[in-house]
Design a protein around this ligand. Sequence first.
Ligand code: ZN
Ligand code: ZN
Ligand code: ZN
Length: 252
Amino acid sequence: MKGILNQIKEFIYESANIIEPVKCIICGEDIIGRYTIDSWNQAAHESHKIAFCFSCGRIIVKNSIILSDGRQLCEFCQPSIVQTTKQIEWVDKKVREILAKVGIDNIPKNVPIEIVDSYQLMKIQGNKEIDVNQRGLAICNKITGNGLTKTEHKVCILDHLPKIAFAGILAHELLHVWQNSKGITPPNDICEGFCDLGSYAVYSVINNPSALHFIEQLDKSDNPVYGDGYRKVKQYLDQNGWQALIAKIKNW
Ligand SMILES: [Zn+2]
Ligand SMILES: [Zn+2]
Ligand SMILES: [Zn+2]
């Protein structure tokens, strides 16, 4: 699962054309000239050293958590970080309830969920460099012994994710688990797009500004696999509903 991309936009601001001056989120001063705006419409002078929250995309103002892989988490996101077993189990239960409501009620039970950092994710995937946009991973191991093949599933989720983002990513990975467990193998873009619809289903139920922001990020993603795949599968969902989509994904 890929995370949101930083929305770095720049506008030329002609002070004479705008009645309300734009205020800088970092220094509080009016902005004359070029500025950077985040996906929450927060503006900051271009001259500041600007960092974005890796989870919500907000411009970092102060008191961010800075992680060793360069990610920063903003003050807004910090209170709801998912880290304890109890928190993970609670989110897992809620996400599974939402997926069951749309008709995906046969995801393998008791799939272990492990919180990992970017370096662990990199190692698990056999990569040489960390991918700061990687948020999670579903692992499927087929173990053969005594003539029997057993399938073991596991989900890894990136550390320091706030609850809503965590829930969206978990939904994505659980839909990989579901596809893997059923031997469903659509083309990669459809596979990822379908998993992102799991995130969409969760965000739709949560339906607060953060969740709606994540839906907007899914809609706008310019990733040729994730974004394009999501839009294809979402269009099918909008026209035909979940039941038809779940049938369709098996033979896409
Ligand atoms: Zn995925
Ligand atoms: Zn400023
Ligand atoms: Zn944030």
